[in-house]
Design a protein around this ligand. Structure first.
Ligand code: PEP
Ligand code: MG
Length: 602
């Protein structure tokens, strides 16, 4: 929601709301990061000397661009680790691609067009194709291609760009690519605020690794802010205040003090179990996407990993990692978390996530996704299962399937596990013979049929991000219907309770690894319903642990019972907020905390 932009000479306060992409709160002056699009004109080259001249300029520009990118890559590796930095390798690979380079050289020679024009035209073709895909990941890659193109053209023009500044600032930009986020972080960046971007963008991912607050998708913050303006950025609730007045400054100071004091207090909970005051213990674990997050997960006092999204291994590479490559990664995770448990989810490709070679789908969320792809790609599935089994020798791993809809799918997937096991036995390779195999409950049909699934699974884990979108017919990533996405809707609550009962009847544990588990007002409700495990984003782990340790299980059971009797999500939220305010008043709920939290991954 936006207020009208400032006009006139007096700087009025403007409040903008976007997506909270990286937590933290900061106040500082803005640094406008403007990347002028290089102007490219089309010229016909006169004689062959001019052609040779342009070919030489092309070689020099490729060389310089390659050196620049390699420098950024090595810096990224140091700062955020190899896996995340891999995304930059993809740009270098495109730059070094002999096919692309030769196509450009050929056109300069044959068409006698100036090098800037040919580079621009050739790379734009790729980027346009990527942009046409329906997949957010491909759009991100298209921005990277545009970035690469502009870099080459800039180097042809021998232009330089300032990415350095003195002092510490909040960076305001239209959009930030992975390389921008990295290069800018050599300065003292207090926060990032951008017009564009999503929570799953790589710039957002980098900001989280760098622990720099970020709010993205602000619409047109670049029109409201100029270098030197004062900006408050709240990466907890996705709010940015430009030219804050005295009241906002006071509120910011208070909020900063509260959050700092609160975070200090939470540090004390790190090594304590997630046990209620009357002795009921819940398994509290963390969701991870990259093995680089492990250190943070351990630091936050997690008991284990409740969801490892293995599809993140596919980011930045065109090929599925081999069995051996996957094994190295899976083993590293299991070894680090040992004796804690790691729940590895098989690839959840499709939907809004990385599509492999999918043809265009009209409804990707209802299409070729998750277990459906794995079952259709036996070789890929077997490689992954063998890698997982081989990494299970410490017996602290469980395997989980995403997007299961029918019992037949679960049975088929389990047959693949059995086949992978017998392959390994034949090769005399060790693995955990009793590895637990569980099912994600994220499709309404699976929730309704939870009893049958529970009879043949070792555990159930609710994927509320998807379950809510499929139950309420609300796209989880579509801001137009974001207000309709209500994880507290009575239909959702009844379904969750049904799944818990179904699992318990079959004497298996039931957990939840969707974003709802990390919502401070939802956690008491979920535990009261009987969830045995909550797997949450690492950042909120101490806060959820504090909540659990502050209340009795008996009171949570009563709370869940009352919540289940309410007629609307609004009433449920009111009840839950009042409960927190009464029982654990030092949990800073803020205005919207716990209600408008975006549920997009992670
Ligand atoms: C979910 O759907 O809740 C879930 C945890 O899976 P993902 O967010 O990766 O789809
Ligand atoms: Mg899901």
């Amino acid at each position: 929601m936006k207020q009208p932009p400032v006009t006139g000479t007096e700087k009025r306060e403007v409040v903008l709301t976007g997506i909270a992409a990286s937590p933290g709160i900061a106040c500082g002056t803005a640094f406008e990061y403007v990347k002028p699009e290089p102007v490219v004109d089309e010229r016909t080259l006169g004689d062959s000397a001019e052609v040779e001249g342009d070919l030489e300029r092309f070689e020099r520009s490729i060389d310089k661009s390659s050196r620049e990118l390699k420098k950024i890559l090595s810096f990224a590796r140091q700062k955020v680790g190899d896996a995340k930095a891999r995304i930059l390798e993809a740009q270098i690979m495109v730059l070094d691609d002999p096919y692309l380079q030769n196509a450009i050289r050929k056109r300069i020679r044959e068409e006698r067009k100036n090098v800037e024009f040919v580079v621009h035209d050739e790379i734009t073709k790729y980027a346009t194709l990527m942009m046409a895909a329906r997949d957010e990941y491909m759009h991100e890659r298209a921005h990277d291609m545009e970035d690469l193109k502009n870099r080459i053209v800039r180097n042809l023009h021998q232009e330089t760009m300032t990415s350095k500044f003195d002092g510490s600032h909040i960076v305001v930009a239209h959009n930030l690519t992975t390389a921008d986020t990295m290069i800018l972080s050599r300065n003292q960046v207090l926060g990032y605020a951008t017009d564009m971007g999503g929570v799953t963008s790589h710039a957002a991912l980098f900001s989280r690794s760098l622990k720099i607050p970020a709010v993205v998708a602000l619409g047109d913050i670049t029109r409201s802010v100029h270098s030197g303006d004062t900006v408050i950025i709240d990466g907890y609730n996705g709010r940015v205040i430009v030219n804050p007045g005295p009241d906002s400054m006071r509120a910011f100071e208070e909020r900063r003090c509260t959050m700092t004091a609160f975070e200090e207090k939470l540090a004390g909970f790190r090594d304590l179990p997630a046990t209620t005051t009357d002795g009921h213990t819940v398994e509290l674990s963390a969701n991870i996407e990259l093995s680089e997050e492990l250190h943070y997960v351990v630091m936050q006092g997690s008991q284990g990993v409740g969801l490892y999204r293995t599809e993140s291994l596919l980011i930045g590479s065109d090929d599925i990692p081999t069995e051996e490559e996957q094994l190295t990664e899976y083993r590293r995770i299991c070894d680090t978390i040992y004796p804690g448990r790691v729940i590895m989810r098989t690839f959840d490709i499709g939907g809004d996530k990385l599509a492999s070679d999918t043809a265009e789908e009209a409804n990707p969320f209802l299409g070729w996704r998750g277990i459906r792809i794995s079952l259709d790609r036996p070789e890929m599935f077997m490689d992954q299962l063998r890698a997982m089994l081989r990494a299970s020798t410490k017996k602290n791993m469980a395997i989980m399937f995403p997007m299961i809809t029918t019992l037949a799918e679960l049975r088929l997937a389990k047959q693949f596990v059995a086949r992978a096991k017998s392959d390994l036995r034949a090769r005399k390779i060790k693995f955990d013979e009793n590895i637990p195999v569980g099912v994600m409950i994220e499709v309404p049909a699976a929730a309704m049929n939870a009893s049958a699934l529970a009879a043949e699974a070792d555990f159930l884990s609710v994927g509320s991000n998807d379950l809510v979108q499929y139950m309420l017919a609300v796209d989880r990533g579509n801001s137009l219907v974001a207000s309709l996405y209500d994880e507290f809707d009575p239909a959702v609550l009844v379904t969750l309770k049904h799944v818990v009962n179904a699992g318990h009847k079959q004497k298996i544990w039931v957990g939840i690894c969707g974003g709802m588990a990390g919502n401070p007002i939802a956690a008491p409700l979920l535990i009261g319903m009987g969830m045995d495990e909550l797997s949450v984003v690492p950042a909120v782990l101490p806060e959820i642990k504090k909540i659990i340790r502050s209340v009795s299980y008996v009171s949570l059971q009563a709370l869940a019972k009352e919540a289940l009797s309410k007629g609307s999500g609004h009433e449920v939220k009111k009840l839950l907020r009042e409960f927190i305010a009464r029982e654990i008043p030092d949990i800073p709920l803020g205005d919207t905390h716990g209600e408008n939290r975006r549920t997009a991954r992670p």
